[in-house]
Ligand binder design. Structure first.
Ligand code: NAD
Length: 499
């Protein structure tokens, strides 16, 4: 097991400057208003650098740079763009350990996950879009004997992208890779809680991109995000974040009639049918592991299976086993590879989760494990740790209906398949879902009937680049991942020529 040194300390893999500006037109620039904000590590609750506090003027400067760069980038050949994306992937892979430590330090997540999942997925995402790009062909069709229609894919031009804090590097990658592959220039606004790990990525890859093709403006939602999303100078806004913010983004975009991609919140159900307990074998063990997935990434995952539904006939046997498995989660220093669960990403998020622990109790839900802040020892005492928590209650409760975005599971039972589906679909959201059964036809039937964009059967939390990802209902509009993203970042141009 390894315990990584905190970034900025003598033995660390990761250097830290005291201040970071924006990245605009290939240069590191000061914020126009000269203001900075503190970046705090949730690992110990202490500030570790300052980051530029962007405003509309910084967004304008970034849009100038992006517009200057977009035409030439959009004219590069597929082969050239593909090569750049592959070089970015290689550069990230060569520095994977450094970036994994940076992301854990800034976000609070366990470094074993950033090493094994977040960063490898980010690398693969660039490789995937470098590959599918090469297969994108235009076409032509004859309208009559003298007229031919040509179908082209044209870049949109300059696009805006706004991302959250839960997977800073991966969320940036999900946005950047397809937009760049499709030939666009980008203005990206990271979340104010986690700007730095993305800036570490930019430091690494800046020389691989023409100036102005990727621009990063840091700052807060209303001050920097709103001027970007409401600008008439972007051709698309791609947003990941809360459903309430997504509604605002749609309003801003409607002023300019531009397309939106919205990846929003979730309240994903995880269904355990009685046959999982037919035997206490490897399958059962996997199902128990699937139950603990609500605490992956400290529960700060949009597809977090935050509602568990267990068939009544096995409830009294299954639940004690499942709670015992949750109690094996090792919460501790995120930079220790032995740790399986780290800190919540910010103090605001900590407070929000603690308030839901109160709400759950007030609603009459029963705490089966956890239920409070976890104060760790020594340097970590001021960090933002919450014990993995299981509430037993019913689907009408707020803790079953509202996205908590923390390691808090709301557990209830169901009678049969119809009852399970009714409860699973009784939510505003429709992003992810899980179901566990040994019965293949039930897996298919129930999987098709859950109203969610991603249903995992007998597995959970896998995000291959080629699998379309996105939400039904108030979990969003559009998809990410999958080669269809190239179309989402391009115009379909039809040119008809009469010869
Ligand atoms: P958030 O909506 O508060 O913030 C997301 C981003 O939007 C941040 O960069 C923020 O600065 C910016 N923002 C806030 N207000 C804005 C405004 N008025 N105009 C423009 N930009 C604004 O969300 P969050 O708390 O950072 O992230 C957590 C949420 O993200 C959860 O709801 C989670 O489910 C969701 N999420 C969804 C997916 C998905 O793929 N569906 C993935 C990850 C996270």
């Amino acid at each position: 097991m390894t315990v990584y040194a905190p970034p900025g300390t003598a033995d660390s893999l990761v250097s830290v400057q005291s201040r970071y500006g924006h990245f605009i037109g290939g240069n590191w620039v000061e914020p126009k208003k000269g203001q900075y904000f503190e970046n705090i590590s949730p690992v110990n609750g202490k500030p570790f650098c300052e980051v530029g506090r962007g405003t509309a003027e910084d967004i304008e400067a970034a849009l100038d740079a992006a517009h200057a760069a977009a035409p030439a980038w959009g004219r590069t050949s597929l082969a050239e763009r593909s090569l750049v994306l592959n070089k970015i992937a290689d550069r990230l892979e060569d520095n994977l350990e450094m970036l994994a430590v940076a992301e854990s330090w800034e976000n609070g997540k366990a470094v074993r996950e950033t090493l094994a999942a977040d960063l490898p997925l980010a690398v693969d995402h660039f490789r995937y879009f470098a590959g599918v790009l090469r297969g994108q062909e235009g076409s032509s069709s004859e309208i009559d004997e003298n007229t031919v229609a040509y179908h082209f894919h044209e870049p949109l031009g300059v696009v805006g992208q706004i991302i959250p804090w839960n997977f800073p590097i991966l969320m940036a990658t999900w946005k950047l890779a397809p937009a760049l592959a499709a030939g666009n220039a980008v203005v990206l606004k990271p979340a104010e809680q986690t700007p730095w790990s993305i800036l570490k990525v930019i430091e690494l890859i800046a020389d691989l991109l023409p100036a102005g093709v990727v621009n990063v403006v840091n700052g807060f939602g209303v001050e920097a995000g709103k001027p970007l999303a409401s600008s008439s100078r972007i051709a698309k806004i791609a947003f990941t974040g809360e459903t309430t913010t997504g509604r605002l983004i749609m309003q801003y975009a409607s002023q300019n009639i531009i397309p939106v991609t919205l990846e929003l919140g979730g309240k994903s159900p995880n269904l355990f049918f009685e046959d999982v307990l037919a035997e206490r074998d490897a399958f059962y063990d996997k199902a128990l592991e699937g139950f603990t997935m609500f605490a992956l990434n400290q529960g700060e995952v949009c597809t977090c299976p935050s509602r568990a539904l267990v068939q009544r006939s096995i409830y009294s046997d299954f639940v004690p086993d499942a709670v015992a498995r949750v109690d094996k989660i090792v919460q501790g220093n995120p930079l220790d590879t032995a740790t399986t669960m780290g800190a919540q990403a910010s103090n605001d998020q900590l407070e929000k989760i603690l308030s839901y622990l109160d709400i759950g109790r007030q609603e009459g839900a029963k705490v089966l494990t956890g239920g409070e802040r976890n104060v760790l020892e020594g340097d970590l005492a001021e960090g933002y740790y919450v014990a993995p928590t299981i509430f037993e209650g019913n689907n009408a409760m707020r803790i079953f209906q509202e996205e908590i975005f923390g390691p808090v599971l709301s557990l209830t039972s169901f009678d049969d398949e119809a009852d399970a589906l009714k409860t699973a679909n009784d939510t505003l959201y429709g992003l992810g879902a899980g179901l566990w059964t040994r019965d293949g036809s039930r897996a298919y039937r129930v999987g098709r009937s859950i109203k969610a964009g991603r249903v995992w059967t007998n597995c959970y939390h896998q995000y291959p680049a080629h699998a379309a990802f996105g939400g039904y209902k108030q979990s969003g509009i559009g998809r990410e991942n999958h080669k269809m993203m190239l179309d989402h970042y391009q115009q379909a141009k039809n040119l008809q020529v009469s010869y």
